[in-house]
Design a protein around this ligand. Structure first.
Ligand code: ZN
Length: 160
């Protein structure tokens, strides 16, 4: 069967950036399971999945706007180092979660200055064009229970 809305599909993937650096991959791991149409995977990739079937291999280039979004410079803020519990141990690349009015938000320290740090609320892949190599490994109808829960059960999903 072909991937359509409300199907459970599983796929192996390799994700690279424009420079060819591997950002993530599923080699040696379970394939990624998701339900088509629920926004579990980035919109640009979900659109490319439609009509694919088991055994299909394809490459897809997804622009940042259809992946993790464009970078927004207003998401970068400078805050005093003393706001942190361990101000002397701060390093670029450290990530931490803060509670905001919109829910938890992941921040990354992008630069450590003398008395302040730059923190970046953009997703680490915001502004990045993504290249996927995909292999479809499973396609099936989602069960009513899976659709009611909004997630996959069984292999690669929840067990409950
Ligand atoms: Zn469930």
């Amino acid at each position: 069967m072909k991937i359509a809305k409300d199907c459970v599909a599983a796929f192996h993937y390799k994700l690279t950036n424009d420079a060819g650096d591997v950002i993530d991959h599923s080699e040696g791991q379970e394939p990624l399971y998701y339900i088509q149409g629920l926004g579990h995977i980035i919109p640009g990739l979900e659109a490319q999945m439609l009509e694919k079937q088991v055994g299909d291999k394809f490459s897809a280039t997804i622009e940042a706007a259809d992946a993790y979004g464009e970078r927004r410079e207003e998401m970068v803020q400078v805050v005093p180092r003393e706001q942190f519990e361990k101000p002397n141990e701060l390093q670029p690349g450290m990530q931490f979660t803060v509670e905001t009015d919109l829910g938890p938000m992941m921040l990354t320290i992008s630069e450590v200055l003398e008395t302040e740090v730059k923190v970046d609320g953009n997703h680490p892949l915001a502004g990045v064009r993504l290249h996927f190599d995909i292999e479809i490994t499973e396609v099936r109808e989602a069960t009513e229970e899976e659709l009611a829960h909004g997630h996959v059960h069984g292999p690669g999903g929840h067990n409950h």
